[in-house]
Design a protein around this ligand. Structure first.
Ligand code: 6R9
Length: 688
């Protein structure tokens, strides 16, 4: 990230130079696949009457169906308040507590049922079944510690930088119990990235862990907390307390010294709060439950704010109808809780429905590619949720592994990136054994829950398509001029949503202008209007719609690169690269990647007098790892003599992407320096 003083706080209307959608492969129409009679007979949404209940005429009252899945302290008086567009408010007047809804209310019927099953990476460590009763106890104790030891109050922001351990959902739910706003930063992100997010949220408390296992190593994680606190301090934000969980109680797995008066081992303090109960704070439906940072067009990450009532209703409802979760199911979502998928569909949605949610430490392919299927067999998992990148990886390393294990999935989900039809078919035939229904769920950090997906028992699947809009959500494709691109036209355009829905984010933390500009200004028909029909939501994705109404997502149309389902901003990558003193200019472009969907390539020029060397490319890699994290590591770094630029000195990433992907570079006649294009092409394409 860039330093606080030169952060770009201007509205980030995307200047589209190169987009993922432009390099997308065009697929042919695929045949339908149908759900089995057995699946249909047990499905939560088996009666087509539900479509009528959620028809456009019944909007917004239809979402009462979702809100009624929750326990409210007070009912709302206004289902949708549109008085301050596009800051929509759902269930206004209602009060509830998210933790109560996910934990307390299940005690009467399900105290001894597992809320989470956690599989640690080392195979000699026992699997933990955390019952609803035990979760209740641990959440209460930790909430008491947060309140009485760390001084956390309702409305405070608390940053979490936790790996995939049970302490992560416990900490989230403890914050929710107090009405404090949690902001979990993906553990794979660097200390610097975590520090920027702490500073933006102005958190006084950081919750972290000493270490965690990944592919055979016990990683030192606490060192990142020190970097994060220092980075936040540079931006004027003082972290008062760092609460450190220990991966193995009583043993410290980090080389980072504990700072006196700032750092505390949770397991040292927790005994003081043994069996303490904390009353759940009754929150207005519109209060913010959490922040989730994601990448956009500028270097500054966006803290997407999600509400308590609308969000929780939406993830409960979509978990019920699109994941087909019943309380007696064992559901396993492979995502990391550090991403929105984990928040919505490992923690809040499944727990609101009182089911058993599986989480695991480590990676799917360590110690071997049979790990997921061994776990699924042993735990009786029947709903499975993952991403195309994971599916591609599992196909590559263990194409025949699933057949060796005796598990049966009724439903499987794919999320995070477009899935190629061939990969879809392997998922269906080999992982799903031809028995499981697949839902391809299209959505975003901003949207809280699914937006595009077919109802699994009521509509057929189509490989590579996410299906139509979900219940109560009405997508549309607009061209650049705001004209509707009709279904079946074969033309691509910008994927938009015509109406608000309860899961939609409330805003970008402390950046209301950017919120309006990025998501609503592009297609707003009348900025004075209080009618939601005048405020379509712009997703930033390109898509085509088939004659049957199914959408096929092509990729990002803005300056975001989706690597293995992780959003990286080109500006973030470029700012990180420019921290290397030898680098003069940098441009990040997406390239097609067999495993991860897309990967990043960096093009750089050097300052005068600096000679190209592998040391410099290593420094760039290191800088990106330090500023963002290892997931952002570029596939290639090309040192070139000059970058193609317009006469207004704007770097043309589109041309570089054309070179990297061996596709058409498009028009170069308006460039200030057209001669560099051939030179770069020759050098790069020869080296590939
Ligand atoms: C949930 C999540 C959002 C971006 C989104 C789009 C891509 C997500 C997809 C998909 C094709 C799907 N995306 N789901 N593309 N098919 N089923 O991934 O949120 O991390 O914010 O990413 O991911 O490009 O705009 P997030």
């Amino acid at each position: 990230m860039v330093a606080a003083d030169d952060r770009d706080t201007r509205a980030d209307v995307p200047e589209v130079e190169v987009s993922e959608a432009q390099i997308a492969v065009h697929w042919r129409e695929e045949p339908y696949y149908y759900p089995s009679a057995k699946f249909i007979a047990q499905a939560n949404a088996g009666d087509p009457a539900i479509l009528e209940r959620f028809s456009e005429q019944n909007f917004p009252e239809c979402f009462r169906v979702y809100a009624d899945l929750l326990s409210w302290d007070a009912y709302w008086h206004t289902t949708l308040d549109t008085s301050n567009p596009p800051f929509w408010k759902w269930f206004v007047g209602g009060r509830l507590n998210a933790c109560y809804n996910c934990v307390d209310r299940h005690l009467a019927a399900s105290a001894n049922k597992a809320a989470f099953i956690w599989v640690p990476e080392p195979e000699n460590e026992p699997t933990l079944a955390l019952t609803y009763q035990e979760l209740y106890r641990r959440v209460n104790e930790f909430a008491a510690l947060l309140r009485d030891f760390a001084g956390v109050k309702t409305g405070d922001r608390v940053t979490l930088h936790l790996p995939m351990v049970p302490e992560l959902p416990i900490a989230m739910l403890a914050c929710a119990r107090l009405g404090a706003i949690h902001s979990q930063v993906f553990a794979g992100f660097s200390g610097a990235a975590c520090g920027d997010r702490i500073a933006d949220a102005e958190s006084k408390v950081l919750i972290t862990m000493d270490g965690y296992y990944r592919a055979g190593d016990l990683l030192d994680h606490k060192v990142k907390a020190d970097e994060a606190v220092a980075r936040a301090a540079q931006q004027g934000c003082t972290v008062e307390k760092v609460l450190v969980f220990r991966r193995h109680a009583g043993q410290y797995a980090s080389k980072s010294p504990m700072v006196d008066g700032r750092d505390f081992f949770v397991d040292d303090i927790l005994p003081q709060f043994r069996n303490k109960l904390v009353a759940p704070v009754s929150m207005p439906a519109e209060s913010t439950l959490f922040l989730m940072y994601t990448s956009g067009t500028t270097g500054r990450p966006k803290g997407c704010q999600h509400s308590t009532g609308g969000y929780l209703s939406y993830v409960a409802g979509t978990s019920k109808y699109y994941l087909d979760i019943h309380p007696e199911d064992t559901y396993w979502c492979f995502a990391d809780i550090g991403w929105i998928t984990g928040h919505s569909y490992i923690v809040y949605g499944p727990l609101a429905l009182g089911t058993t949610s599986v989480m695991y430490e480590g990676t799917p392919t360590y110690p071997d590619a049979g790990r997921p299927w061994r776990i699924a067999e042993r735990l009786g998992v029947n709903i499975f949720h993952t991403s195309p990148t994971t599916i591609r990886m599992l196909r590559k390393v263990g194409p025949d592994e699933p057949a060796k294990y005796n598990y049966h999935f009724k439903l499987m989900t794919t999320v995070g990136e477009p899935i190629e039809p061939d990969v879809w078919r392997w998922y269906y035939d080999v992982i799903g054994k031809g028995e499981a229904v697949i839902t391809d769920t299209w959505w975003q950090t901003e949207t809280g829950g699914f937006l595009g997906c077919q109802l699994p028992a009521l509509a057929p699947m189509k490989p590579g398509s996410c299906g139509p809009g979900v219940l109560g959500v009405f997508p549309v494709i607009y061209d650049e001029n705001g004209e509707v691109v009709p279904p079946g036209s074969g033309r691509a355009g910008n994927m938009c949503i015509r109406n608000p829905w309860p899961g939609v984010f409330q805003g970008i933390w402390k950046q209301p202008e950017r919120f309006v500009q990025t998501y609503y200004a592009k297609y707003c028909r009348n900025p004075e209007s209080k009618d939601w029909r005048d405020w379509p939501y712009f997703s930033g994705d390109g898509a085509v719609q088939a004659a049957d109404g199914y959408f096929r997502i092509l990729g990002r149309v803005d300056d975001v690169i989706n690597v293995a389902g992780h959003r990286l901003g080109t500006k973030e990558l470029e700012s990180a690269t420019l921290t290397v003193p030898e680098i003069a200019e940098a441009a990040a472009v997406p390239v097609m990647d067999e495993l991860r969907g897309r990967a990043v390539e960096m093009y750089v020029t050097l300052k005068p007098g600096v000679a190209a060397s592998t040391e410099i490319t290593e420094k760039v890699t290191k800088a990106i790892e330090t500023e963002i994290g290892k997931i952002a590591r570029p596939k290639s770094i090309w040192i070139v003599s000059d970058l193609p630029k317009t006469r207004s000195a704007k770097i043309m990433r589109r041309i570089l992407a054309g070179i990297s992907n061996f596709t058409d570079v498009g028009d170069t006649t308006t460039l200030a320096n057209p001669e560099v294009v051939e030179e770069i092409r020759r050098a790069v394409q020869k080296a590939k």
